[in-house]
Design a protein around this ligand. Structure first.
Ligand SMILES: C[S@@+](CC[C@H](N)C(=O)[O-])C[C@H]1O[C@@H](n2cnc3c(N)ncnc32)[C@H](O)[C@@H]1O
Ligand SMILES: O=c1cc(-c2ccc(O)cc2)oc2c(O)c(O)ccc12
Length: 350
């Protein structure tokens, strides 16, 4: 039997851990702003603290502060501390997570980190309670008076970082499905990528699946001036109005931005778009509550859900909620393949 003291102290530690968890996020942001991953990468081997301090222009008086920041980032597995035989100084190498923060990587997640941890994105969380009681659609609106999308339209910096972040995810998804999800695209000739942004996903897939041809449908202002290729065409339009005909309609991280009513409208237009070819709709989305055995994965999925709620009044859905949308929009069947880490591929059939 555990003692009352043990329970009390465990509970106190639990509160402390949650209270200070934002320090993980802010330390990650600082590492990117200082360029720590790029500096270690450029060093080309274990980088001693003194060399890292010099490369980052951290003065000797702050060198111990940098060591303490690195100690946390080593603990959270962004770097590894190694011993270098001819020195008793700490030295650092990259890990799988910090390799995803390198400027030279096509899978660079740093731009998304900088959007999500920008003051513009963090400030709305201070007003979560106020938002729960007011009439605004999202916390972002309660704080800034406009939606994130409207705000980003007026901020080339945020818009650019968001698009870069999405593009890096596109490379990741196309690569993973190119290796482990080829069945999903077998026999699919033409695909419309609805809400496909600046075409990073479609480009990645066109390379992975050379037999396919891609049409990227997005808002006219997003696709204006973008150049396609033999296998890739941009169409400016509105998914609530109509979607071009194709063998398959692909939507990655689009439906979670919208309410159930809006999703049903979009899905009905998807169904219409595949009506002549009898094809399918392919979604890349989270299916929450699908891996309760993995505590960290579940927590991250719930973080996504609240992010969607905070920023754009969107939501992440469990299987039952997805199924309800598909059947309400007139589809007959669906298949979920959890092949993408926290996310799944969902094929929806007429
Ligand atoms: C969260 S982003 C996803 C981008 C892309 N699918 C990806 O995962 O990288 C949502 C996209 O939907 C587009 N979008 C918003 N409203 C739209 C509409 N009515 N018709 C077509 N696209 C729209 C946005 O411009 C944006 O590119
Ligand atoms: O991973 C994200 C993050 C955002 C996001 C977070 C905070 C902001 O102030 C703005 C945007 O938005 C996303 C999104 O809309 C999406 O469809 C997928 C992922 C993310």
């Amino acid at each position: 039997m555990t003692s009352p003291n043990h329970d009390l102290l465990t509970s106190q530690a639990h509160v402390w851990n949650h209270l200070y968890s934002y320090i993980n996020s802010m330390s990650l942001k600082c590492a990117i702003q200082l360029g720590i991953p790029d500096a270690i990468d450029a060093h080309g081997g274990p980088m001693p603290l003194s060399r890292l301090s010099a490369a980052l222009s951290v003065p000797p008086a702050k060198s111990d502060a940098l060591r303490r920041l690195m100690r946390l980032l080593v603990h959270s597995k962004f770097f590894e501390k190694v011993n270098v035989s001819d020195s008793n100084e700490d030295a650092y190498v990259l890990t799988g997570a910090s390799r995803l923060l390198l400027r030279r990587s096509t899978l660079n997640m740093a731009p998304l980190v900088l959007v999500v941890l920008d003051r513009i994105s963090v400030d709305p969380w201070h007003g979560m309670g106020e938002w729960l009681r007011d009439g605004r659609a999202s916390m972002f609106e309660t704080e800034h008076g406009s939606s994130f999308w409207e705000y980003a339209e007026g901020s080339a910096r945020l818009d650019g970082l968001f698009n870069e972040g999405m593009a890096s995810d596109a490379g990741c998804v196309a690569g993973v499905l190119g290796r482990d999800g080829r069945r999903v695209f077998e026999g699919v000739g033409t695909v419309v990528d609805v809400g496909g942004g600046i075409g990073a996903t479609a480009r990645g897939f066109a390379a992975e699946f050379p037999g396919s041809e891609w049409v990227v449908l997005d808002l006219p202002r997003v696709v204006e001036g973008l150049e396609g290729s033999e296998k890739l065409r941009f169409v400016g339009g509105d998914m609530f109005e109509s979607i071009p005909q194709a063998d398959a309609v692909f939507l990655k991280w689009v439906l979670h931005d919208w309410s159930d009513e809006d999703c049903v409208k979009i899905l009905k237009n998807c169904k219409e778009a595949i009506s002549t070819k009898g094809g399918k709709v392919i979604l890349v989305e989270l299916v929450v509550e699908d891996r309760e055995e993995d505590d960290k994965a579940t927590e991250t999925q719930l973080f996504f859900d609240l992010t969607m709620m905070a920023v754009i009044n969107g939501k992440e859905r469990n299987e039952k909620e997805w199924a309800k949308l598909f059947f309400t929009a007139g589809f007959g069947n669906y298949k979920i393949t959890p092949v993408l880490g926290l996310r799944s591929v969902i094929e929806v059939f007429p």
